[in-house]
Design a protein around this ligand. Structure first.
Ligand code: SAM
Length: 344
């Protein structure tokens, strides 16, 4: 263990565009209890869909070991995601293991459906904060989007439980897809304004190959800010840190802030410090990468921490991805890895 941890004092590894490795997203399961039409549509992820077998997915010990190696490479933030991370059994045990790694900002993205029951245990295990996805406050719209009839109230209860447990600040992610939930932008802004929770609007992206993405479906960040700002005046705020993904806007009356994630219209590749670890231990240097690097083979093949450290360092130093900056209607049609597998 001493190798990678001692390496945390060495200069952070940089990729070919001079970007450091700072954030690690870990997909802890490829399964989800929702079938969001833009992410895991039922027609593809139906009864016959072959999810990963238990033996294929990384164990908590393997994930924690990799997390320590990544910490040694300069990673400062870990986000657990999926699939739906809260469907992975005894997730709090993993959180406990990760929380023991010094100097890590530890967070998680969830659809909120199981949060009411788990919020306290997650916090007690060492989770610091949380992001909850919610695409509408209107049951008809939300249920059409999650496609499993899950009610808005269930997610709101999860958010309340997270707030009561002290998982703050809570961020709320809303993916906006034209024709689906565009009309929910203003009600969502009104509802979360003044609560201390930070609502973030995400441009609908061409991830995976199952969602049939078209540029016309994207409601742009600019349009969202205009719509919200017309009713509730906004002013821009500086990023919390260089390379922050969300552009921040605050209500002029001091009642809080919102964020917009313009992954399509204002790509942020040049500041991208993220890497993704899939459920079965493949490392992806971009959300839109088609090839992963098999770290599970190293783990299970007896590689030492130093060897894994060297392998990841080599992968990162060759990285030149900037998919979103060069996206076109043509690239949007290229084969891609599903977000539920690679980790959203
Ligand atoms: N199940 C968890 C959840 O719902 O938050 C974590 C995984 S989910 C893939 C992570 C985030 O990705 C969610 O906020 C989801 O709305 C977002 N997402 C999924 N597909 C997307 C797409 N095509 N464009 C933009 N965001 C997307």
């Amino acid at each position: 263990m001493s190798g990678p941890l001692s390496a945390s004092a060495s200069p952070a590894v940089q990729d070919r565009l001079g970007r450091a490795l700072r954030d690690l997203r870990i997909s802890v399961t490829d399964r989800c209890n929702f079938r969001c039409v833009y992410c895991m549509p039922k027609e593809v992820f139906g009864k016959d869909y072959q999810f990963l077998e238990r033996g294929e997915i990384l164990t908590f010990e393997e994930i924690a070991r990799l997390a320590r190696v990544f910490r040694g490479l300069g990673v400062e933030k870990i986000r657990l995601t999926g699939g739906e991370p809260l469907v992975r059994r005894r997730l709090e045990q993993l959180i406990e293991m990760l929380a023991r790694i010094p100097g890590l900002d530890l967070t998680l993205t969830t659809n909120g459906s199981l949060l009411k029951r788990q919020a306290r245990a997650l916090k007690d295990a060492g989770l610091q904060r949380i992001t909850v996805s919610l695409d509408s406050l209107d049951d008809a719209v939300f249920q059409r989007m999650n496609d499993v009839d899950f009610p808005v109230a269930g997610v709101l209860e999860g958010i309340e439980a997270a707030a009561a447990a002290g998982l703050a600040p809570i961020k709320i992610n809303m993916v906006v897809k034209r024709g689906e939930n565009g009309d929910s932008i203003l009600p969502m802004a009104r509802f979360f304004r003044g609560t201390g929770h930070i609502l973030r609007f995400i441009e609908y992206m061409d991830v995976g190959h199952t969602n049939g993405w078209r540029m016309d479906d994207v409601v742009t960040a600019r349009e969202i800010v205009e719509r919200v700002g017309t009713e509730m005046p906004l002013e821009p705020v500086d990023p919390n840190y260089p390379g922050e993904v969300a552009e921040r806007w605050r209500y002029r009356d001091g009642s809080g802030e919102i964020g917009v994630i313009a992954s399509v219209t204002h790509a942020f590749c040049r500041d991208c410090t993220r890497v993704r670890l899939s459920t079965e231990g493949k490392l992806y240097t971009c959300l839109f990468a088609t090839q992963g690097h098999d770290l599970r083979a190293l783990l299970r093949g007896g590689a030492s921490d130093d060897e894994i450290h060297a392998a990841v360092s080599g992968i990162w130093s060759k990285r030149a991805d900037r998919y979103s900056e060069i996206r076109t209607a043509q690239t949007a049609r290229l084969p891609k890895i599903e977000m539920s597998y690679i980790g959203g």
